[in-house]
Design a protein around this ligand. Structure first.
Ligand code: NAP
Length: 317
């Protein structure tokens, strides 16, 4: 693991770093922050007492403070690692307690709506620099996290046009230290790209597994017993956290609906090909989609192994 993470930083990037929400993403960030010495002092805050107790046992924070208002006092950087829908109410709580010059960031899978809901609560002199590490698994909670989660994964930062360069650079430095590659784009562009690469695939998985489960119930068939590889891959995605994904769809409505419209049109043309015995059309499409998987493997964002290489990732805690 140490090989993948590299040595500790020569000096911390931040004096006081507060992470709110120590689930999969927040606890992974805490682990890498401790390992690399990203902050002089790392404060963990979560609404769940059992999560905080576990964080203490794991020893992945220097201080544990249950009240968000207290946890953010004197912090140079506060990172919100909670479900997308929780960011607005949390910003309202912490806003008055942030020091001048502090940076607030997040890790939400949707950006424009988070910005709209957080910005109104931040006092003057506090900068919001949103980020989205495009890395994750279907697991949740502090035990699901691991320090190498972000290595060689993209982190997309979506600052406002008037965000101070040094605040953007500070957040960028943190993600580079975590092993990520960093890209900067607008929140709107992020939401459109992620709608097709992440949100729609999850929607399809939730739908197909839901349909199969209903079929199983209705016909007492053996859909689950004889689940083939294709179906099992969908069940992995469909096992993702219900709260997180409810919030993603409710907060990226327009982009998801736009991509769903395109998807439905393409599905209809696929249906027509089957109906018309258009073997050539089907073959051409499947050849193109196979090439896309190959190119994702070539750029190192996926492995050749079955099971999406996930079984390897889970032992790298
Ligand atoms: P998670 O494992 O469920 O962790 C979220 C943690 O935040 C939980 O401990 C939760 O406590 C706590 N929490 C919820 N509301 C809170 C509040 N108001 N104040 C303080 N703590 C609160 O979720 P996750 O997978 O890490 O996701 C966190 C964020 O990362 C989401 O915005 C998601 O969109 C984003 N993200 C996720 C992935 C992924 O693959 N999972 C990838 C990239 C980005 P309770 O359990 O008690 O509610």
């Amino acid at each position: 693991m140490a090989d993948q993470l590299g040595p500790a930083l020569a000096q911390p990037l931040f004096n006081r770093l507060t992470i709110i929400g120590l689930g999969l993403i927040g606890s992974s960030l805490a682990r890498i922050a401790k390992h690399k010495g990203i902050a002089q002092s790392l404060i963990a805050c979560d609404s769940s007492p059992s999560v905080l107790a576990r964080v203490k046992e794991l020893g992945i924070a220097d201080e544990i403070i249950a009240e968000p208002e207290k946890a953010v006092e004197q912090a140079d950087l506060v990172i919100l690692c909670v479900p997308v829908g929780a960011n607005g109410p949390l910003a309202q709580k912490i806003g008055p307690h942030l020091k001048k010059g502090a940076i607030v960031s997040d890790v939400g899978s949707v950006k424009a709506s988070v910005i709209a809901k957080v910005v109104p609560y931040l006092p003057e002199g506090v900068h919001l620099i949103p980020a989205h590490p495009v890395a994750g698994t279907e697991f949740s909670g502090p035990d699901a996290g691991f320090a190498t989660l972000f290595v060689n994964r993209w982190c997309i930062i979506t600052p406002a046009p008037n965000s101070p360069t040094n605040a953007i650079e500070n957040v960028k430095s943190l993600w580079l230290a975590a092993g990520s590659n960093v890209e900067i784009m607008t929140a709107e562009h992020h939401d459109l790209v992620l709608a097709i690469t992440s949100h729609l695939p999850h929607l399809i998985a939730f739908n197909i597994v839901g349909t199969a489960a209903a079929l199983e119930e209705g016909t007492k068939s053996e859909v689950i017993k004889f689940s083939a590889g294709g179906f099992r891959d969908f069940t992995r995605i469909a096992a993702s956290d219900p709260t997180m994904w409810r919030d993603v769809f409710l907060n990226n409505k327009d982009a998801v609906l736009e991509m769903l419209g395109r998807f439905n049109a393409d599905l209809q043309s696929l249906e027509a090909m089957i109906r018309k015995d258009d073997g050539e059309g089907l073959f051409q499409l499947f050849t193109r989609t196979r090439a896309i998987r190959r190119s994702i493997i070539e750029i190192g964002q996926e492995t050749q192994k079955a099971d999406f290489g996930r079984s390897d990732m889970n032992v790298q805690k």
